[in-house]
Design a protein around this ligand. Structure first.
Ligand code: OXD
Ligand code: MN
Length: 596
């Protein structure tokens, strides 16, 4: 089959697309140029096929609604594989298949999978055009929904082919939706081949291959090989009234409020302060010539969770989704607007739920799927940093690791040093509330919020983080936060959202060596008066509880890490175990200073 395109003469790319077309046998091939004319054409095609539904042009100009197959609404970790020659390379936390086995298993699924359909060739850049930190990918897909979403989430089209030129250095992504049968659904990553094969799903996290698959799983592998970091982190800049801006990256597990934090509006008390969003989900970070860590956001849009997003929780996200946004699996109102639980507006009397069924206010069923999403262009964000597209990136002064812990972990703590900070990242986690079995408070570790996204052996990933220290003449300061600690009555101790600015201010001042702290065996915490609490509507006792370090709880926490470290296998860096032992010994020393 010939490749009818004037967009590229890259022989490797043309040959690869040809090979994919021979396998999938589409009726036609469309090379995406990323133009406005193309967006209109694809949109009309998708509307005609019932894949997209236009929303009210008065209230949601340029916005569309998509309903996915109801069995295909989230990432599928049990069907996601890292396909390396050796099982040990994928490590203890990933599903593994040998590359030859994975290709052999998926080839028959792709064979003829695009017959009667169009193959869209989607060239894209992860990262700003022209940045030495960016990477080019090409995704061939039979989904116009994917092509339209990739257009929002990445720099897509001719711009990517121009950046690629004649190089063979591009990620090869193959996606086919098939019939969305979970029995025939696989998301396979081949790090050594810089290749991703995704089949049987239409859900964003499984099929927008630039995002989790390239920017995190393959990206983390490339980062280890090439000496940089691909992280599940937001990036924000905090500007003071005097005009000083400090950049911070932060890792939180999925659905722990990264998008909200990255778009935060400081409370009234912080008049004149501004938070600028660089990215809300992924950070690629390299050592600059100045020995600092510089970060880019590889994405160009937000694929955010809709439920819970309101003017109160995230006004900038609500403003970002007013136009040119694709909504997936939310509820539809009769005037062709969208609605979801926690939107902050009264529930409509009647709506169509995410499965297309009539829904009535007061129904016990959710109108929107809990993982319903918006795909919105970054340029829509009123708080978008002016450096979000800067090929150099932004210099990172602090990195925050955040879990979701009801107990033990204080509101904020600063690591004494790099190893201490890597320990924070490696051991972060969330507590489950498995009320049915009574197993409340089981901690599920999610190292660096990368458990589902690290494309190689997690112990080697810890080692890579540790080794980065030697390259950083001016390393960022490392912190741990916990917005989710609960009091004895089970209610949250800290109000969160915009009030997190108070914690962010301490983080920034610590990074710039200009505020106090108190030394605990695990790290520095703010001492009384260090956190700005003026005009905060909670008592100082509650704040004390949120920031406290309880040695009994910490002893238990540290002892429980043995099992986790054992799970990480023989390549687990010794220094992290020693870090744990040191913390335990320090706790004993504090309890009984005669212990030495
Ligand atoms: C996401 C996730 O969609 O982390 O960002 O699952
Ligand atoms: Mn994420």
């Amino acid at each position: 089959m010939t490749q009818p395109t004037s967009l590229t003469s890259n022989k490797t790319l043309l040959a690869w697309v040809d090979e994919m077309a021979k396998l999938t046998k589409p009726d036609r091939i469309v090379w995406c140029d990323g133009s406005e004319e193309e967006r209109k054409r694809f949109t009309e095609e998708a509307v005609g096929a019932g894949i997209l539904e236009p929303l009210n042009p008065e209230t949601r100009p340029g916005c569309y609604f998509h309903r996915s197959n109801s069995n295909d609404v989230a990432r599928v970790e049990h069907l996601t594989f890292i396909c390396t020659p050796e099982k040990e390379e994928a490590g203890p936390t990933n599903n593994w298949m040998a590359p030859a086995d994975a290709y052999a298993k998926l080839t028959p699924l792709f064979d003829g999978s695009m017959t009667g359909r169009t193959m869209y060739v989607v060239p894209y850049i992860m990262g700003p055009a022209g940045s030495p930190m960016s990477k080019v990918g090409v995704e061939v897909t039979d989904s116009v929904y994917v092509a339209l979403n990739m257009r929002i989430m990445t720099r897509m089209g001719k711009i990517a082919l121009d950046q690629l030129g004649d190089s063979n250095d591009f990620n090869r992504g193959l996606h086919s939706t098939l019939d969305c049968n979970p029995e025939r659904r696989f998301i396979c990553h081949f790090p050594q081949d810089n290749t991703i094969w995704s089949v049987g799903s239409g859900y964003g996290g499984n099929v927008l291959l630039g995002k989790k698959c390239l920017a995190l799983r393959i990206g983390s592998y490339l980062g280890k090989k090439e000496g940089w970091l691909a992280e599940h982190m937001l990036i924000l800049g905090v500007e003071s009234p005097e005009g000083e801006t400090t950049y911070v990256a932060a890792a939180f597990p999925s659905a722990c409020g990264k998008t909200n934090f990255s778009m935060m509006i400081p409370p009234k008390r912080f008049k004149g302060w501004k938070v600028w969003t660089v990215g809300d989900d992924i950070a690629w970070m390299r050592v600059g010539e100045d020995g600092r860590l510089w970060a880019i956001n590889p994405e160009a849009g937000y694929f955010g969770v809709a439920p819970g997003t309101s003017m109160e929780s995230n006004a900038n996200a609500m403003l970002s989704i007013r136009s040119n946004t694709i909504f997936t699996n939310v509820a539809l109102t009769s005037d062709k607007d969208v609605w979801w639980e926690g939107m902050g507006t009264p529930a409509p009397e009647e709506a169509t739920d995410w499965q297309g069924r009539p829904w009535k206010k007061g129904s016990t069923e959710k109108a929107a799927h809990p993982n319903s999403r918006f795909t919105a262009p970054a340029q829509n964000n009123p708080a978008l940093s002016k450096y979000w597209d800067d090929p150099k990136g932004v210099p990172i002064s602090a990195i925050i690791f955040g879990g979701r812990r009801a107990t033990t972990v204080p509101l904020v703590m600063q690591a004494f040093n790099w190893v201490n900070g890597v320990f924070f990242g490696a051991t972060m986690g969330s507590e489950t509330t498995a009320a049915a079995t009574g197993a409340v408070g089981i901690v599920r570790r999610d190292p660096f919020a990368m458990l589902p996204f690290c494309g190689y052996n997690m112990s080697d990933y810890f080692g890579h983080w540790l080794a980065m220290q030697t390259k950083l003449a001016n390393p960022p300061k490392l912190f741990m936060v916990n917005w989710f600690r609960k009091g004895k009555d089970g209610s949250f101790l800290w109000p969160g959202y915009g009030e997190n600015m108070r914690v962010l201010k301490w983080v920034i001042d610590r990074s710039r060596l200009r505020v106090g702290g108190y030394e605990t065996p695990m790290g520095w915490v703010p001492k009384a008066g260090d956190l700005d609490l003026s005009e905060l509507a909670i008592s100082s006792e509650t704040v004390d509880e949120a920031t406290s370090v309880n040695f009994t709880e910490w002893k238990q926490e540290l002892e429980s890490l043995d099992a986790f470290f054992d799970q990480m296998g023989p390549r687990m860096p010794k220094v992290l175990r020693l870090q744990r032992d040191l913390m335990l010994a320090r706790i004993e020393l504090m309890a009984d200073p005669t212990v030495t």
